[in-house]
Design a binder for this molecule. Structure first.
Ligand SMILES: Cc1ncc(COP(=O)(O)O)c(C=O)c1O
Length: 423
């Protein structure tokens, strides 16, 4: 017997790129060992100094009388624990001078859920029949947004300008000439640093987007999953911004706590209230463990020190090392380019005029136990995607795994790409 599915059920229950990716990731990690080189997911590295901090904080929770019982045994309010929200607001005030309080901070079950709620609350089908969209001013953009709509086509995306910045390097820039904020646009959204490319939109690009958003009275959503103040996986100088037009999302995942599923939204009070309402309808309340683990570290500022002195140098070094391996193993005659690595956990590789699609390259790499993500997944919301060859020429490769796995992975990618170019 097969049951009938609603539009919602069909859209969300029928599989997706992000679903496949998380499945691959979960199984590769569960299987363990070195056979599968898992360079596909957004899994943060296990940095020993950081893992030790979680262990110590867990011990604190176990030791302080009543703490464990509170964390495991209580429902918290749907906007999150008030002391945690206050600590986050104070941290952002201290770090960046922003004028905000706990009423501007909302907790969700991971950043991913925050986007599901935000996108569907702002865009999609309206009661009067209008269909509104989220404008992605630059694709490639985070694959995890792609299938989140519960009500029709949700994204309008703009192709970037491609700037060649070095012999084997390039950078995407927003093509403001083609960026029309029309009536159908409900919000503008960017990830910064960008997953998949490691791009960090410049301060100028961000202030231009914020001006456009303010002018059209719509929010600018900045997905700060990899950004400042934590985990601060940013390798360039940038100025974090927030004001009442901006919805900023943070997460505890990329500093090393993806298992706690803790997302944090910074926004005007009205939006935080709506988010709390949605949280209570969808899930009653949030997960407590992440908030409880990091709250003292947020209050003392230790989370910033760890981000700046441990996490950021760690990923900066990982990125530099990965680039070195690319240049070592890739045939220089091959027309490969790396997107300028300015943050996040990935190298974004562009094989110009590759005779096979990135999908086929992905399959061949999988045969050799190297898991990456083919680039086409990240180009959604553009009209003529099929015609744009660039979309089939890119791969996202994560560099967070242990060095030997990453090195072998890039060596094999170099071999397979060279073979494809010879065909
Ligand atoms: C750009 C970006 N945003 C949001 C998320 C969601 O992360 P989480 O739900 O673990 O907070 C991710 C995860 O990979 C991401 O890369």
């Amino acid at each position: 017997m097969s049951w009938e599915w609603s539009d919602f059920g069909t859209r969300l229950g029928g599989g997706s790129g992000i679903g496949e990716l998380m499945d691959d990731l979960g199984h590769a990690i569960a299987a363990g060992g070195d056979r599968v080189r898992m360079l596909g997911g957004g899994q943060p590295a296990h940095i020993p100094e950081i893992d030790l901090v979680w262990r110590q904080q867990m011990q604190r929770i176990m030791t302080v009388p009543g703490e464990l019982e509170h964390v495991l045994g209580n429902y918290e309010p749907p906007a999150g624990n008030l002391a945690f929200r206050t600590a986050i607001a104070e941290l952002l005030q201290r770090a960046f001078g922003w004028q905000l309080g706990p009423q501007n901070v909302g907790v969700t079950c991971g950043g991913q859920s925050a986007f599901f709620l935000l996108f569907n609350a702002l865009a999609g089908q309206f009661r009067d029949g209008r269909q509104k969209k989220i404008l992605l001013p630059l694709v490639p953009e985070y694959i995890g947004y792609a299938n989140q709509s519960i009500g029709g086509e949700m994204f309008r995306a703009i192709k970037p300008r491609i700037e060649i910045t070095g012999d084997h390097e390039f950078k995407y820039r927003i093509d403001f000439d083609n960026l029309d904020v029309t009536e159908e646009i409900a919000a503008i959204c960017v990830s910064r640093p960008t997953n998949p490319t490691g791009n960090v939109l410049t301060d100028d690009e961000i202030s231009h987007l914020a001006e456009l958003a303010a002018e059209h009275e719509i929010p600018l959503i900045i997905d700060n999953a990899y950004g400042a103040p934590f985990p601060n996986a940013i390798f360039t100088e940038t100025k974090p911004v927030w004001n009442e037009t901006i919805v900023l999302t943070l997460s505890l995942s990329k500093i090393g706590l993806p298992g706690t599923r803790t997302g944090i939204v910074i926004a005007r009070e009205e939006l935080i209230r709506s988010l709390a309402s949605m949280n209570s309808i969808v899930g009653l309340s949030n997960t407590n463990v992440g908030q409880a683990l990091v709250q003292p570290l947020v209050q003392s500022g230790e989370l910033l020190r760890l981000s700046n002195e441990v996490v950021q140098p760690f990923y900066r070094e990982k990125s530099a090392q990965a680039q070195q391996w690319v240049h070592e193993y890739f045939d220089p005659a091959m027309s490969y380019r790396i997107h300028r690595s300015e943050g996040a956990f990935f190298l974004w590789l562009w094989f110009e005029n590759l005779p096979i699609t990135s999908r086929e390259l992905y399959e061949r790499l999988k045969q050799r136990d190297v898991l990456v993500v083919p680039g086409h997944f990240f180009f959604f919301g553009i009209d003529d995607a099929e015609q744009w060859k660039h979309r089939e020429e890119c791969l996202r490769v994560s560099f967070t795994m242990p060095a030997e796995i990453v090195r072998e992975g890039f060596r094999i990618i170099g071999e397979e790409a060279a073979k494809a170019y010879r065909e």
